[in-house]
Write a protein that binds this ligand. Structure first.
Ligand SMILES: Nc1ncnc2c1ncn2[C@@H]1O[C@H](COP(=O)(O)OP(=O)(O)O)[C@@H](O)[C@H]1O
Ligand SMILES: [Mg+2]
Length: 156
């Protein structure tokens, strides 16, 4: 993949991105840069194109025209599963048959991380969780995973 060194410090770049659904213009030539570590908010009335913009960044929609770059790489037409982008949905979805620990670990396993590194990363997320109620729930569930680990095949 070719990295554009001029914009590598920019995490997300949209250049003149337009999305049409038939004749309707959902997103009209949006141009923006989001820097590494920047907290960026899209704010606007219902129907102004926020979700469509995020879906194009995530790779769930293709722009009608324009360019999308992630860390200097043109991803405009790259499928969602080949992009290093995460989406937290408004109506969030967890795997109901998995514990909280396993829900957090799922994405790490999918990206090829193994063994103790998974435990370390899940613990790091846990330690940054500010709700004491959720933290104890988390502890409870990760203990449950430990206790029930023996009958099922090792996954990490
Ligand atoms: N899949 C779709 N097909 C047709 N029109 C759509 C589709 N998705 C969104 N739109 C239209 O595009 C416009 C922008 O929608 P959206 O991005 O959901 O706005 P927002 O998230 O800001 O409320 C709206 O007019 C909406 O009806
Ligand atoms: Mg929306």
């Amino acid at each position: 993949m070719e990295v554009n060194p001029r914009v590598a410090e920019v995490d997300v770049r949209l250049v003149n991105v337009t999305k049409k659904f038939g004749d309707a213009i959902a997103v009209d030539a949006i141009t923006l840069d989001v820097s590494d570590g920047e907290f960026f908010t899209l704010l606007g009335p219902s129907g102004c194109g926020k979700t469509t913009t995020l879906r194009m960044i995530g790779g769930f929609e293709q722009p009608t025209s324009g360019l999308i770059e992630l860390k200097g790489v043109d991803v405009t037409f790259l499928p969602a599963h080949e992009r290093d982008v995460n989406t937290v949905f408004q109506s969030y979805a967890l795997f109901p048959h998995l514990t909280i620990y396993e829900n957090v670990a799922f994405g790490l396993r999918r990206s090829g991380i193994k063994g103790d590194e998974i435990k370390r990363r899940v613990a790091r997320r846990w330690s940054s969780c500010s709700s004491s109620a959720l933290r104890s729930e988390f502890l409870h569930n990760s203990q449950a995973v430990k206790h029930s680990a023996s009958p099922s095949p090792a996954r990490s």
